[in-house]
Design a protein around this ligand. Sequence first.
Ligand code: ATP
Ligand SMILES: Cc1cn([C@H]2C[C@H](O)[C@@H](COP(=O)(O)O)O2)c(=O)[nH]c1=O
Length: 201
Amino acid sequence: METKGKFIVIEGPDGAGKTTQAQKLCELFEQKRINYLYTREPGGTDVGNEIRKILLDFKGDINPITETILYSAARAQLIQEVIKPKLNAGVNVIADRYVFSSIVYQGLGLGVEENIVAEINKIATENLLPDYTFYLDLDIESSLGRITGKKDRIEQRGLEYFKKVKEGYISLSKKYPIITIDGNRSKEDVFKDIAGHMGLL
Ligand SMILES: Nc1ncnc2c1ncn2[C@@H]1O[C@H](COP(=O)(O)OP(=O)(O)OP(=O)(O)O)[C@@H](O)[C@H]1O
Ligand SMILES: Cc1cn([C@H]2C[C@H](O)[C@@H](COP(=O)(O)O)O2)c(=O)[nH]c1=O
């Protein structure tokens, strides 16, 4: 019988270093010849990539509920088309963001009721829960300072919005099985911490 793969999620504000750490985990899995797949949200499927364009590039207003549903729609497609089949085939999935991003960015950041975001996402994900959720915690000014280039629709939101995002992650980390990682260190030290928690060192 096939063993299910592990579902590993990396969370944190924009610029926290999620993609950097996800890539390091991919490299370690490659060295150790462990099967893996990397996904990012929103995206990872054809329809998800179209939804990503709307969410990050659309020039007009998007209502917070619409935004919540669009993120969860992209997620539903990713779960059904990619994540569930891969986990069932024994492949480890390394996900750059998951449901907690919606709870903090749309819920605590935009004021959509947390229960509503959670319920929509239960439907979208069929309540698939990660085996590990790592939250990269660092000063919001430091993480935003790492963003270079043209800012997308979400990144253009001001400092006050991103302070709510950070507070949101901290409050969720007290309620859910989230592993908080000090992201204010070198890329290598942050990674040692993540890999150590997974018993990979
Ligand atoms: N620990 C670190 N120390 C210093 N710089 C870092 C660290 N981790 C990542 N960076 C740099 O910060 C920038 C943003 O990193 P990265 O893309 O990994 O963040 P992210 O959380 O995935 O961002 P986003 O949510 O905006 O996609 C990159 O230039 C990266 O090289
Ligand atoms: C999944 C998810 C993401 N967001 C926001 C967070 C970022 O600003 C963008 C995604 O861009 P990235 O560079 O790939 O991190 O979308 C969100 O608001 N809600 C979500 O559920």
